[in-house]
Design a protein around this ligand. Structure first.
Ligand code: HEC
Ligand code: HEC
Ligand code: HEC
Ligand code: HEC
Length: 344
């Protein structure tokens, strides 16, 4: 127990240290998009070689043609004009979230027409070979230790795996919240999606069809959906609070993100009432009386750090099995985003 607590404490210190941009409001832009190194992106063709069923789903999603779609749309052209951008498909600000950049040598290109595998699973140059080879043996012949070592090395090399729920949640909201004040206030870009991790991950984007060799595409387990819901709310809160706490003025950006925070706080409050969990309680205490006023930006930055500490501890300590209290709050299959009716 002692070493587990120590581990969590260290993790919290590391992670809260990483959001120092909230120390002083407005002195540094927040990152947009996942921010993986384009020099390490291999492109979806490589993945689909072994993961054709994942590819088959991905090709049907709005992620697949995002950057070319934006480039062709009237709305995209208007945003670009307002932002003084000539070519959307060359502009890193747009590519950050609507595409997956790839670099070889001096040349940066798009890895596809949209947001590809590695924007969600991590740039793969350092892990692709290792994760999918069975430690030099035949499939099924590795020892338990060899399997564990293979995954550990892949994660250390930057792979985002389906079991890494907090990292996945943070990754989705790095695009689905739009933490860029000029883009929203001057560009007229949407301030982000009406996101919720269960409904947004289990509809059109769901591709749990690799291990079943394409036979089925099951909804994530109930334990995982509980974690998706709770961790998703907190991951979104972290970044929304950072957005409001660094806003320079009272435009759409500050106002919409403040409203979004209030909606998220309601959702977390419902979770807090539904389960008796110390990390959720601690998180709620930190934000219960938080005022969404630009005069309170320092308090928001502090609250964002507390949310980070709580969600990191929550993710380490919970496997979802004892959180059945939240089941009535989870999205129903009919709410899964973009899914075709009858395919659940
Ligand atoms: C040479 C074949 C091969 C290639 C190429 C490949 N994979 Fe895999 N991948 C596998 C195999 C095999 C597994 C399952 C390993 C196992 O059963 O332990 C896997 C598993 C996965 C998983 C699930 C991990 C988990 O925790 O269960 C993800 C996600 C994944 N691959 C993503 C990718 C991405 C993204 C790419 C492209 C950058 C890629 N793979 C390229 C063979 C490959
Ligand atoms: C690299 C940025 C990025 C990441 C990472 C990302 N998305 Fe998206 N997503 C977008 C953009 C941009 C759109 C809008 C696409 C368009 O219309 O051009 C979108 C669209 C969607 C849609 C379709 C919404 C609709 O209106 O039907 C779903 C569902 C979705 N994303 C879920 C997710 C989930 C779940 C994750 C994490 C597992 C995720 N996204 C990660 C950028 C991203
Ligand atoms: C921080 C991430 C982020 C950045 C940066 C970003 N977008 Fe978006 N964009 C999104 C998301 C997420 C959506 C989907 C919003 C929703 O769900 O309603 C979107 C939607 C759009 C849409 C409407 C939907 C569509 O696909 O036609 C347009 C147009 C658009 N973005 C253009 C741009 C342009 C142009 C740039 C660069 C100047 C840009 N975006 C930069 C995340 C981003
Ligand atoms: C929008 C983000 C996103 C994109 C794009 C994406 N994935 Fe995933 N992937 C996820 C998430 C999230 C999960 C876990 C979902 C769950 O547990 O319900 C997952 C699960 C997987 C799995 C495990 C499937 C299983 O049977 O359990 C594999 C393999 C995989 N992805 C490969 C890929 C490949 C290859 C691509 C590109 C063709 C890709 N993914 C594109 C987010 C994404």
């Amino acid at each position: 127990m002692h070493s587990k607590l120590l581990f969590i404490t260290l993790l919290i210190i590391t992670l809260t240290g990483a959001i120092h941009s909230t120390d002083k409001p407005s002195d540094q832009a927040l990152p947009t998009g996942p921010g993986f190194d384009p020099a390490k992106v291999l492109g979806p063709v490589e993945c689909i070689e072994c993961h054709k069923h994942s590819g088959g789903v991905w090709e049907q999603t709005p992620h697949h043609e995002s950057i070319t779609g934006v480039h062709r749309s009237k709305e995209g052209q208007e945003i670009a004009k307002a932002m003084n951008i000539k070519r959307i498909t060359r502009e890193s600000l747009c590519i950050d979230c609507h595409g997956t950049a790839q670099r070889s040598g001096e040349k940066t290109t798009l890895s596809s027409n949209g947001i590809s595998c590695e924007s969600c699973h991590g740039a793969a140059a350092d892990w692709m070979k290792r994760h999918g080879e069975f430690s030099g043996k035949e499939e099924g012949e590795e020892t338990t230790e060899e399997i564990a070592a293979r995954w550990k090395e892949s994660e250390a090399a930057g792979m985002l795996r389906p079991s890494m729920i907090l990292e996945i949640a943070r990754n989705c909201v790095s695009c689905h919240v739009v933490p860029h004040e000029d883009l929203v206030n001057t560009g007229g870009h949407s301030s982000g999606s009406d996101f919720e991790l269960v409904s947004w991950s289990q509809g059109i984007v769901r591709h749990n069809n690799f291990y079943s060799k394409g036979k089925d595409n099951k909804v994530a387990s109930i334990e995982k959906r509980r974690l998706f819901h709770i961790i998703g709310i907190m991951a979104e809160m972290e970044i929304v609070l950072q957005a409001v706490s660094t806003a320079n003025g009272k435009g759409d950006y500050a106002v919409k993100n403040a409203k979004r925070f209030i909606a998220l706080r309601k959702k977390l409050d419902a979770v807090n009432k539904a389960i008796d969990n110390p990390q959720i309680k601690e998180a709620m205490e930190a934000i219960a009386n938080l005022k969404m006023s630009l005069k309170k930006q320092d308090a928001m930055a502090i609250a964002a750090k507390q949310i980070t500490a709580s969600v990191v501890a929550f993710a380490v300590l919970n496997d979802g099995s004892s959180l059945e209290g939240v089941d009535p709050l989870l999205a129903k299959d009919t709410d899964y985003r973009g899914a075709k009716p009858g395919t659940q």
